[in-house]
Design a binder for this molecule. Structure first.
Ligand code: ADP
Length: 319
């Protein structure tokens, strides 16, 4: 293999830059030329492609976002877009591609492999919603950002004896809520993976108040409902002086945590090794602390499982 391409696609996540750096530098260590593709599949089709040097990826390991930018480009689901992309890859003589992104980006990578261009996927998303990996690149940083925010909300909640409903990201997955909820000492964690009953939540808050704990923190996954809606439902069962906070896109930014940088570095280097062995149509994971890979088709037929033991543990810790 002489030339390798790299792109970031879909939602950005802290640690994507560390992954770009790892892919580029590992490939260069084998004498492979590295090409950066800007704006995901949109840039691939448009030919927004440039040769990277070791220095291109200097000073980025600590930076959030992605130096290769990201874009949504639904046209890549059509064969016409895929063939245009392949034309560009041929033009630049790129033999194989590393795609850092989520499930949607993996579909694009698989299409390329089916057309004869090996592509390997790295899980880059704060949501942690990819099967066959315990953690995705960006999740740990996002959880730390949420925990920092919960700590701050706790201060004001305690001072005013209020109930706060804190909405966190995660799309359909409750991982951020579960991890940040346990780490932030939340009184209630509400996730899409578990049934809940607002009246019961209200009763729990009342019980806490009766025992002298006058402030409450409810961590709500965005996949359940909006924080305002939850708060309004809660108000029907009592006056908790409730407030809602939507943390929003701060969760996607910031300098990646050490864990995310290490995860990205390991996965990025492994992706290059696998492409060098002629593999494609696969996605990389970290399972039980071991690097693994699986066919993308296996990922599409499986569902990510959140660690619901955290939910159960929190039920006993929040009392
Ligand atoms: P994520 O990768 O975070 O899941 P998206 O679902 O938005 O984000 O997908 C990112 C990009 O991947 C899309 O904008 C599109 O260019 C490409 N993509 C998504 N689904 C497909 C598909 N079924 N076939 C080919 N390309 C796809």
């Amino acid at each position: 293999m002489k030339k390798i391409g790299i792109m970031t696609s879909g939602g950005d996540a802290p640690g994507m830059n560390a992954a770009i750096r790892a892919v580029a530098r590992r490939a260069m260590s084998f004498g492979i030329e590295v090409y950066g593709i800007n704006y995901g599949y949109a840039g691939l089709v448009a030919g927004d492609i440039f040769k990277m040097e070791r220095s291109t990826v200097g000073d980025i390991i600590n930076r959030g976002g992605t130096i290769l930018y990201s874009a949504r480009y639904p046209e890549f689901a059509q064969e016409e877009g895929q063939l245009k992309g392949i034309e560009q890859l041929k033009k630049f003589g790129i033999d194989a591609l590393v795609v850092i992104g989520g499930d949607g980006s993996y579909h694009g990578a698989l299409r390329l492999t089916e057309h004869g261009y090996n592509a390997v996927g790295l899980p880059g998303t704060i949501d942690n919603d990819i099967p066959y990996t315990d953690f995705t690149i960006g999740f740990d940083t996002a959880v730390n950002t949420v925990v920092e925010s919960i700590d701050k909300i706790r201060d004001t909640a305690a001072s005013h004896e209020r109930t706060f409903v804190v909405e966190v990201m995660g799309r359909g997955a409750g991982d951020i809520a579960l991890w940040a909820g346990v780490a932030g000492g939340a009184d209630e964690i509400i996730v899409p993976e578990r049934e809940f009953n607002v009246e019961q939540v209200a009763k729990n808050i009342q019980n806490l108040r009766a025992r002298g704990k006058k402030h409450t923190i409810v961590v709500l996954a965005e996949g359940v409902m909006h924080a305002d809606e939850f708060m309004n439902q809660l108000k029907q069962y009592g006056d908790f002086d409730a407030r809602s906070t939507v943390l929003g896109h701060v969760q996607r930014g910031g300098s990646p945590s050490a864990r995310d940088r290490v995860l990205a570095s390991k996965m990025g280097a492994y992706a290059v090794d696998l492409l060098n062995e002629g593999k494609g149509g696969i996605a990389i994971g970290m399972e039980a602390n071991e690097l693994t890979y699986h066919n993308m088709t296996d990922l599409f037929s499986s569902k990510h499982k959140a660690d619901l033991s955290l939910y159960d543990i929190n039920k006993t810790l929040a009392k």
